[in-house]
Design a protein around this ligand. Sequence first.
Ligand SMILES: C[S@@+](CC[C@H](N)C(=O)[O-])C[C@H]1O[C@@H](n2cnc3c(N)ncnc32)[C@H](O)[C@@H]1O
Length: 188
Amino acid sequence: MAQIKQIIESCKSQNWLNYQSIFWKGETLFKGGRDEELIKRFNFIRLEDIKDKIVVDIGCNIGSSCLLAVENGAKKAYGFDIEPGLIKTAQEIANELKANCEYIVADYGKLQEKVGDTIFCFAVDSYLDTEILAQNLKQYDVVYFETHGNRTNAPAYDIPDEIKREFLKQQYLGMVGTNNKRTFRLTK
Ligand SMILES: C[S@@+](CC[C@H](N)C(=O)[O-])C[C@H]1O[C@@H](n2cnc3c(N)ncnc32)[C@H](O)[C@@H]1O
């Protein structure tokens, strides 16, 4: 869809341009650096965790995972990102596709209120105070977490200890892409 490409190309964000691909109803509407791997990561998610639920995505970028969530049955998706340009672009894309997504500028390095049922925290923990991030995530019953911090020199990134303490069940779901980010389903 030419309109989506135009919206993304006019994005005013200084960072993260062309990071995410945008998918909708089986089509790739925009190709970014993280492409098919975003679909593979999304396919790790249990449908029961999103169907008829309110899904929250922190560090949502231009909204790729929120769109996949509503397309797969979420009642609504909220996306939060610290960059106003990304949030504006994400909202324009969702409006164009008539997707029930609402994007809000927020700093998840600070305490935030619970606004949904299931939360995605993908490739963002390295930017945040992990003690505060743990407080934010523990408000949710189910967390999907893609690691993004090399804390131990282990061959793959790990979940921060502060978060491990809050979620005793850490189910490893797999790794997508060419780097060492791993995806987990965290529950208490
Ligand atoms: C590596 S990208 C990951 C994007 C997306 N979560 C994904 O995995 O496709 C990191 C994103 O986190 C956002 N971000 C960085 N610091 C943040 C903060 N303090 N609060 C909310 N979002 C933040 C960035 O603007 C960027 O969009």
